[in-house]
Ligand binder design. Structure first.
Ligand code: ZN
Ligand code: FE
Ligand code: FE
Length: 253
């Protein structure tokens, strides 16, 4: 079964958080045979979310399961602050993502020059160190785009698995789910997040997975999820994780 758990219904504020606009994303999912979807806006757009829309959407799309998630920036040392901001809102799941190394927003094309200042092995070590910390924080349910640091195609010499292994082990210990995010296929990296060799190790460690497109517009909903599913089946996965009110539910893949 296909789910799409990482949909930005507002894009980067390109779309309003209205019933009409969000319905476009759900119609796109339905047309692609995806029966369970989760909106996961960037947490800095939290004030723009109208949570009443979720109940209304569920009425309008009774054949679909619609989850309310959030993609949360992992900011080391600021976990309390983040918790405080999210207090009192009932989410089905939280995606923890690392987009910053210090002050550097490394996944933004405007700041790509920042890569020149690093030894790539060191950069990957630091990045995966942050992912490991995020996994150990216990604040989140799903690891967002596990190896996002490769986004623009900067690859360190040698096997990435060696640099990523400790982070994978932290994900396992933290009881988190890895999202298999197809957006990587459409970035200069031209590779799924996480890379297949990392997914194989995740499977070996017994880390559960879920599926996501990281759509920022209706056309991108469900993109390449069937292809990702095939890959997961080949690796050996037979189940997929879903969430309801921060509780994990397993479904056949
Ligand atoms: Zn985004
Ligand atoms: Fe992200
Ligand atoms: Fe995202």
């Amino acid at each position: 079964m296909l789910v799409d758990y990482h949909i930005h219904g507002m894009g980067h504020l390109d779309f309003p958080h209205t019933l009409e606009s969000l319905a476009q994303f759900l119609s796109a999912a339905r047309a692609r045979g995806i029966k369970e979807v989760g909106f996961a806006e960037h947490d800095h757009y939290l004030p723009h979310i109208n949570f009443e829309n979720f109940a209304l959407l569920r009425e309008r799309f009774p054949d679909m399961v619609i989850r309310c998630g959030l993609e949360v920036e992992y900011l080391p040392g600021r976990e309390k602050e983040t918790e405080e901001r999210l207090r009192g809102i009932e989410f089905d799941y939280l995606i923890g993502s690392v987009h910053y190394i210090g002050e550097w927003l490394f996944d933004h094309p405007d700041y790509i020059a920042g890569f020149e200042e690093w030894d790539l092995r060191e950069l990957y070590r630091v990045y995966f160190g942050l992912v490991a910390e995020m996994a150990q924080s216990g604040s989140f349910d799903i690891v967002g785009h596990f190896d996002l640091i490769k986004i623009f195609g900067h690859r360190p010499p040698g096997p990435v698995l060696e640099l990523a292994r400790a982070a994978l082990e932290a994900v396992k210990e933290g009881g988190m789910v890895l999202e298999v995010n197809t957006a990587g296929w459409h970035r200069p990296a031209q590779e799924l997040y996480p890379a297949p060799e990392l997914l194989k190790e995740a499977f070996r460690l017994g880390i559960p997975v879920t599926l996501s497109s990281d759509a920022h517009s209706p056309e991108q909903v469900g993109r390449d999820l069937e292809r990702a599913r095939e890959l997961l089946l080949n690796i050996g996965y037979r189940q997929i994780a879903a969430f309801s009110r921060r509780e994990r539910i397993f479904m056949p893949l």
